[in-house]
Write a protein that binds this ligand. Structure first.
Ligand SMILES: [Zn+2]
Ligand SMILES: [Zn+2]
Length: 249
């Protein structure tokens, strides 16, 4: 399985990541990726950017070194109602919105509370991808969350860094999530969750889990740039006209 798109990359704007947009794009081009999403953490995360960052993100060129750039966020789910840490006025102008649980931003809760929070966040029409739902720190009812992802046209992320540097103990849950997604035909996205440019596009372990679960390539978002554009269009965003007219660097 070859991935053309990395839907989850951080920059120095996140406060605990160490590369720039340009560096991420450079590595992406070298690795043969066609598109990356710049998805810095939302304002609620300590060290995260002010909401002005997301208001001004339109200054990013549509292409750098031939790699398409999506202007996004990894928003924080704040509570059991699924509220996010960026106002709708900003969310609606982004190309892609990831949402997930993070320490210091979400209080944690029972399986029922976490499940409710995740499902309520996915009901937000601006949310495209539920990130790292296998995190054992915030256990969820996998069956209910994957079913809701199908119902609300949200992709479930298999996060490669969950098997390398972050969220220890995720693998077992991610395997169960992937198997449930395969059974229900849920859509999956793969994120490197790179916090330094060298990790952009890293997806080996996530792909292994996806393949072992029996998820069809068709249901993996990142296997083609056209699939990503079509999905974003289905969520009410059309980046194609701007891509055609915008400056290339
Ligand atoms: Zn981070
Ligand atoms: Zn995250």
């Amino acid at each position: 399985m070859i991935l053309e798109v990395d839907t989850h990359c951080h920059t120095v704007a996140s406060g605990h990541a160490y590369s720039t947009v340009v560096e991420n794009a450079h590595v992406a081009a070298k690795k043969g990726l066609k598109m990356i999403a710049i998805t810095d953490h939302g304002p609620a995360l300590p060290g995260g950017p002010h909401y002005y960052h997301f208001g001004n993100i339109k200054v990013l060129p549509r292409q750098i070194e031939g790699v398409y750039i999506l202007r996004g966020i990894e928003a924080n789910i704040l509570d059991y109602n699924g509220n996010l840490d960026l106002q709708e006025a900003y969310l609606k102008n982004l190309d892609i919105v990831l949402a997930g649980f993070h320490t210091f931003c979400y209080p944690g809760g029972s399986v029922e509370e976490n499940t409710m929070a995740a499902i309520n966040a996915m009901k937000n029409p601006h949310v495209d991808i539920l990130v790292h739902p296998g995190n054992p720190e915030f256990p969820i009812d996998i069956d209910k969350v994957v079913r809701a992802a199908v119902d609300y046209n949200v992709h479930i992320e298999i996060n490669n860094s969950s098997f390398t540097v972050s969220r220890r103990g995720s693998e077992e849950n991610c395997i169960l999530i992937a198997k449930k997604a395969a059974a229900l035909g849920a859509k999956i996205s793969v994120g490197s969750d790179a916090h330094i440019c060298y990790d952009v596009g890293n997806s080996d372990k996530a792909i292994r889990i996806i393949k072992e679960a029996g998820i069809s390539e068709e249901n993996v978002l990142n296997t083609s740039i056209e699939k990503v554009i079509a999905f974003l269009k289905s969520k009410g965003r059309d980046i194609v006209p701007e891509c055609k007219s915008n400056t290339k660097i």
